[in-house]
Design a protein around this ligand. Structure first.
Ligand SMILES: CC(C)(COP(=O)(O)OP(=O)(O)OC[C@H]1O[C@@H](n2cnc3c(N)ncnc32)[C@H](O)[C@@H]1OP(=O)(O)O)[C@@H](O)C(=O)NCCC(=O)NCCS
Length: 159
């Protein structure tokens, strides 16, 4: 793995030719933002209207590029106090309403199955200070705790 200058702003993942980088939404072109939205839309797990509103307002994005094409994305979303409070109530786990959510992790179909989602998540976590929360509807993901601090069953997120 190669690192560019600074606190790893971009990493070349082995010999895959994939570059991973934490970026502010404002660093993306309109075309790149639309590409991220298309990958997330293809993932099929989120409200499109909310995603199109919130992705450009994210606190931070993790972007993976193969050559010049974006192939994976993840985000630390903008704070949504009502949403966070609703998730805290639903999960019966107390956390501050100004806690940001990590989400919109989506990998282009061609590049799935190579651990990119772990790397996207890791770079977001490494660049963020403080707590985050995340939710999923996927039973498989709920059971997949590798590298995560999973809440006790009675306190897990309901989604
Ligand atoms: C789910 C997704 C992000 C996984 O990304 P990936 O880089 O291809 O993941 P990998 O195959 O390298 O596997 C990473 C982990 O995710 C798990 N995983 C892979 N596909 C999964 C799926 N469809 N549902 C749940 N978990 C999945 C794997 O079991 C693996 O866990 P492990 O490393 O502990 O064995 C990717 O398939 C995707 O973009 N799906 C569509 C969008 C989506 O579901 N986003 C998540 C919303 S919460």
């Amino acid at each position: 793995m190669l690192f560019c200058a600074g606190e790893p702003p971009c990493r070349l993942l082995g010999r895959t030719g994939i570059w991973l980088r934490a970026e502010a939404p404002g660093e993306l072109t309109l075309g790149e933002m639309k590409r991220c939205m298309a990958i997330i839309e293809d993932g099929g797990t989120v409200s499109l209207r909310t995603m199109k509103r919130d992705l450009p307002r994210s606190q931070m994005l993790a972007i993976a590029r193969y050559r010049t094409e974006i192939v994976a994305v993840g985000a630390i979303k903008p704070v949504r106090k009502d949403h966070a409070a609703a998730i805290a109530a639903k999960s019966r786990y107390s956390f501050p309403a100004d806690t940001p959510e990590l989400g919109y992790v989506a990998i282009d179909a061609v590049h799935q199955g190579h651990g990119l989602s772990h790397k996207i998540t890791r770079i977001l976590l490494s660049r963020h200070t403080g707590q985050l929360f995340a939710t999923t509807d996927s039973p498989r993901m709920k059971e997949n705790s590798r590298g995560c601090r999973v809440l006790p069953r009675r306190k897990r997120m309901g989604r």
